[in-house]
Design a protein around this ligand. Structure first.
Ligand code: HXC
Length: 257
């Protein structure tokens, strides 16, 4: 049995972490299942992914504390590297990924959401990196991504003092883009995913690659990243058709993959 389910809906895919009785906590099997599902997506067809958690209470309540409790240093390192490898894979997927955060996003759950391109949340969502209260640091990218998503001082406050924040505050700091009532979260995620899927797909992929490749490099290098991805678009049929349609004041033909 897999702890991660996948549903393809036309041009978008929905990945659900499904270990509800442990609030979708990530143990080794969940990480393996997540990677298997991510690897199995048909990226020739699917143009946007949504990642969410099963149930109405939790997105992911963290890495599995029970599994880590007796770990040696070497085992802790292995688990840390495992989660980081899977999350980095998600972050660098060719297509955009939306985290639909339906409740607790703590520790590894907050970290999973931060590996996604876009985060939207339900009104009961709670975010935090409470690891120092367990005697560890965040270990699935939290020490690095939180301060890249929100102001460094706020990230340090949350991590050093183990402070969880509710959806409203996460919105204020820009950690999430929007808040929805629980029942409206997934429909909103699907609406956004479908809007992304309706754009020129090669251009969307190029825009994601350009932003990902450019974010941590000096500006002169970052601009060269953009120059490359921008100019590559001129070899696509979508660019020819998209611009021709605009000039002819008509709707463009369906974009190609
Ligand atoms: C294992 C977990 C879990 C976790 C919840 N559960 N979070 N099991 N690992 N991270 C389990 C509980 O043990 C319980 O199992 C069931 O889920 C329901 O949880 P409750 O605590 O009874 O629910 P509630 O009282 O509503 O509290 C919800 C909660 C709390 C506030 C989210 O569960 C909580 O604080 N969880 C831990 C959050 C956390 O510290 N996350 C960071 C983990 S470290 P039973 O069997 O009793 O019903 C981390 C490191 C990442 O993520 C990097 C690693 C390298």
């Amino acid at each position: 049995m897999s702890f991660v389910t996948y549903e393809a809906k036309d041009l978008i895919g929905i990945v659900t972490i499904n270990r509800e009785k442990a609030l979708n906590a990530l143990n080794t099997q969940v990480l393996n299942d997540l990677e298997e599902v991510i690897d199995g997506v048909d990226y020739d067809t699917i143009r946007c992914l949504i990642i969410t958690g099963a149930g109405k209470k939790s997105f992911v309540a963290g890495a599995d504390i029970g599994e880590m409790a007796e770990d040696t240093k070497a085992e802790g390192k292995e688990f840390c590297e495992h989660g980081n490898r899977v999350f980095r894979k998600i972050e660098t997927l060719p297509i955009p990924v939306i985290a639909a955060i339906n409740g607790f996003a703590l520790g590894g759950g907050c970290e999973l959401s931060m590996a996604c391109d876009i985060r939207i949340a339900s009104d009961n969502a709670v975010f935090g990196q409470p690891e120092v209260g367990l005697g560890i640091t965040p270990g699935f990218g939290g020490t690095q991504r939180l301060m890249r998503r929100i102001p460094v001082g706020k990230a340090k406050e949350m991590i050093y003092a183990s402070i969880n924040i509710k959806a409203e505050e996460a919105l204020k700091w820009g950690l999430i883009n929007a808040i929805y009532p629980q029942d409206e979260l997934l429909p909103a995620a699907e609406k956004l995913a479908n809007r992304i899927a309706a754009q020129a797909p090669i251009a969307v992929r190029a825009a994601k690659a350009a932003m990902n490749e450019g974010i941590d490099v000096p500006m002169d290098e970052a601009i060269q990243v953009e120059v490359k991805h921008f100019s590559d678009c001129f070899e696509t049929a979508d660019q020819k058709e998209g611009m021709k349609a605009f000039m002819e004041k008509r709707k463009h033909e369906p974009f190609q993959n």
